[in-house]
Design a protein around this ligand. Structure first.
Ligand code: ZN
Ligand code: ZN
Length: 266
């Protein structure tokens, strides 16, 4: 089992100790674990700033690795929050260039400067919303290329129950453009099982997008729990593998020092 999406107390929305997470992962039989702490410029939330203290993170990571590193492979990654404004894009490019990580997830938590989590879904035309969301990501990736996988590419489906009425055909053109941009640039996407704990109860992305990505030639895919507490580390791993298998994937990907490695799923 690999978990490539984990938050500890170095993310503003978690208070979990790294040691608890690692011990739980070992207990569950995990082989590789990559911390992906939040870093986002100008996240529009009063309490959550998502500003990562890189030096403190690195030093605690090294300490934890020296204690547990023989029992489990540990990696230091980041979840870079991306936003569509030029200023944030420039800062993101600079940050990724100047900091060393094993793995970078690029995730859009906002749309047009507003965070999805705080939005009222009732006011949204859901088909249009998907199109705008994919479009904003694509516009960022045309400038920012220093990442490994796109995080929870259909995050809208985690938060907005009515997003489940959305038929892919309605946003397919821009989604195809986004996925082909990702594939042609040698990047990947992730399966994020965190959504199974929300009311929406689905993995992100859902099977329709997984299949489309695979059909288009997408091969690079990581699995992450998006856990913010130790007990959810590596959770629903078998569901992620099942979804990969159904969508036609033969491998799951892990990263070390930004280099990918493929592992047979069966
Ligand atoms: Zn995220
Ligand atoms: Zn996350």
């Amino acid at each position: 089992m690999f978990d490539y999406h984990i938050h500890s107390e170095f993310s503003d929305d978690s208070t979990e100790k790294m040691s608890n997470i690692v011990e739980e992962a070992i207990k569950k039989g995990g082989k590789k674990l990559c911390f992906t702490e939040h870093m986002e410029f100008n996240y529009p939330h009063e309490e959550l700033k998502f500003e990562l203290d890189y030096d403190a993170y690195k030093s605690e990571f090294e300490r934890i690795k020296s204690i547990y590193g023989k029992k489990i492979d540990l990696y230091m990654g980041v979840e870079m929050g991306i936003q569509g404004n030029d200023r944030e894009i420039k800062e993101t490019i600079k940050y990724a260039k100047n900091h060393e990580f094993d793995f970078i997830i690029a995730s859009a938590h906002c749309l047009e400067g507003e965070d999805l989590y705080s939005m009222d879904p009732e006011t949204q035309n859901i088909d249009e919303f998907f199109t705008r969301y994919f479009h904003e990501m694509l516009s960022v990736f045309k400038q920012y290329n220093d990442y490994d996988v796109v995080g929870h590419i259909d995050l809208i489906r985690r938060y907005f129950l009515k997003a489940h009425d959305h038929k892919l055909e309605k946003s397919q053109d821009v989604l195809r453009e986004l996925l082909s941009h990702v594939i042609n640039n040698g990047k990947g996407i992730e399966i994020n099982t965190g959504g199974l704990f929300y009311k929406s109860a689905n993995i992100n992305p859902t099977l329709d997008i997984l299949k489309l990505y695979r059909e288009m030639g997408g091969e690079i895919i990581t699995i992450g729990s998006d856990a913010h507490v130790a007990e959810r580390v590596m959770s629903n791993y078998s569901k992620a593998i099942e979804a990969l298998d159904t969508a036609g994937f033969k491998y799951v990907t892990t990263f070390s020092k930004r280099e990918k490695e493929f592992h047979k799923i069966k």
